[in-house]
Design a protein around this ligand. Structure first.
Ligand SMILES: [Mg+2]
Ligand SMILES: [Zn+2]
Length: 222
């Protein structure tokens, strides 16, 4: 199961600015290359989810209905360009509401993997791509590899002050997707079975953290 979680503003579409929100369809501008990048992920069999905080709704800056309109339009464009986003998860609460769905909480990620009939273990070593500290923390909390795209809020130097560092830092979604494709998560079936024959003299064992360990056959006592 290959899964990629994407933040929205600053990753898929242009960052509206600190403290600002995309409140209408005409203010939603795809970052160049992001539609093609989503298509590439889809073509490579990735299940794509969007996880986005939209506290502007909770603050009354724009309505839930407007947000849905913007989302429908985004999904339509993605589809028209050959990509597929399975579902978009929003937290529309204010940051001080104390809800359980605002990133860096991983409620939405749990819901997403559950909708695929999987558990959180399935997202291990998959990717979260975002443009903020909170995105990186969300991915980290879910056990994902994290990619910071510099197309939005955070600057490269901001990372110096973060407790949790992204696994990769890159320009935008287009370059992030290249990283995803080049670093596939270990096959879940291999991770699940404890012992797999790779070639005649080598066995692959999976450890608790899902990393593959190669062991020469003769060094094993069976
Ligand atoms: Mg963002
Ligand atoms: Zn929430």
């Amino acid at each position: 199961m290959k899964i990629v979680f994407l933040d929205r503003d600053g990753v898929i579409n242009e960052f509206p600015g600190n403290g600002k929100y995309v409140t209408k369809v005409k203010d939603f501008h795809f970052i160049p290359g992001s539609l093609e990048a989503i298509k590439t992920l889809s073509d490579n069999g990735y299940n794509i989810f969007v996880v986005s905080n939209q506290a502007g709704v909770g603050k009354g800056v724009y309505s839930e209905k407007k947000l849905q309109h913007i989302t429908r339009n985004m999904l339509k464009e993605v589809k028209a360009h050959g990509g597929k986003i399975i579902k978009v998860y929003y937290c529309t609460h204010r940051s001080d509401a104390g809800c359980k769905c605002r990133k860096p909480e991983i409620t939405s990620i749990n819901k997403a993997v559950k909708s695929l009939g999987k558990t959180l273990k399935s997202v291990k070593s998959n990717f979260f791509i975002g443009d903020t500290k909170s995105d990186i923390l969300t991915g980290y909390n879910a056990g994902c590899k994290t990619i910071l795209a510099l197309s939005g809020r955070a600057k490269r130097s901001d990372v110096n002050n973060w407790g949790v560092k992204p696994d990769f830092i890159t320009k935008n979604l287009a370059s992030a997707v290249k990283i995803v494709i080049e670093n596939p998560a270990p096959d879940e079936d291999l991770v699940d079975s404890n012992l797999t024959f790779l070639e005649e003299n080598v066995l692959a064992l999976s450890s608790d953290n899902g990393k593959m360990i190669m062991v020469k056959k003769e060094s094993l006592i069976i």
